[in-house]
Design a protein around this ligand. Structure first.
Ligand code: C5P
Length: 229
């Protein structure tokens, strides 16, 4: 068992995991793992290579061969640029099309297994904030601090809508809501590593809460010695 502390932040899409996790990592001075970006990258690499989502062997090869790099801006609370096989794919990875492709390949046990070591390698001193769906249940099941963030589907769709609009991506709110609900259902119903809170996770409903309030709630779960950095 590792002594390097991990804070896992799991939850459905649009629950604010990314923003909250990055801010917490910056505040604690810890590393940050965006596990969703790995699944999105493999989904996108499969689309680029025209691989059929039912071809499990080709998808596994694609997972093993995909090279994903995170290029962090000088402000650690900012979103890093993501390079897929050397190409900046940050904007394409954020689209709901990439999210849906990620969710489809994420249901395959071989793909999940192939990404396990890559994710565990992110556990480095002085600590790690890990954002995803199965961080607390599978990848870092021994983590000392676990959070599950939720919010109503309407609010999550609104947040995603705002986020995508700010990035210049044109989307319709009603179709976004439908896509998010469908993706959550698929993530929650799959046989391997389904979206669910770990038995020892603290669930925080962020509906109607601002980012700062959620960050304070999560920080309150950590020992004083870590908070006072
Ligand atoms: O978090 P994000 O929306 O970027 O994740 C995209 C998709 O990747 C999710 O809908 C889910 O299917 C998959 N995923 C996963 N396990 C993780 C992170 C993401 O299955 N730890």
């Amino acid at each position: 068992m590792s002594t390097i502390p991990v804070l896992t932040i799991d939850g459905p899409s649009g629950s604010g995991k990314g923003t909250i996790s990055r801010a917490l990592a910056a505040r604690l001075g810890w590393h940050y793992l965006d596990s969703g970006a790995l699944y999105r990258a493999v989904g996108l690499a499969a689309a680029w290579a025209d691989i059929d989502l039912s071809d499990a062997d080709a998808l596994l090869r694609c997972t093993e061969e995909s090279h994903v790099q995170f290029r962090q801006a000088s402000d650690p609370a900012e979103e890093p640029r993501i390079l897929l096989n050397g190409v900046d794919a940050t904007d394409e990875l954020r689209t709901e099309t990439a999210g849906a492709a990620a969710s489809a390949i994420a249901a395959l046990p071989q793909v999940r297994a192939a990404l396990t070591t890559r994710q565990r390698r992110a556990r480095r001193m002085p600590g790690l904030v890990a954002d995803g769906r199965d961080m607390g249940t599978v990848i870092f099941a021994d983590a000392p601090y676990k959070v599950f963030l939720t919010a109503s589907a309407d609010e999550r769709a609104q947040r995603r809508y705002k986020q995508l609009k700010e990035k210049g991506v044109s989307v319709k709110l009603d179709s976004l809501l439908r896509e998010i609900v469908a993706r959550d259902q698929r993530d929650a119903q799959r046989a391997v590593a389904p979206l669910m809170p770990a038995a020892d996770a603290v669930t925080i409903d962020t509906t109607g809460l601002g980012i700062a309030a959620v960050i304070e709630k999560v920080l309150a779960l950590l020992p004083e010695s870590l908070r006072q950095r």
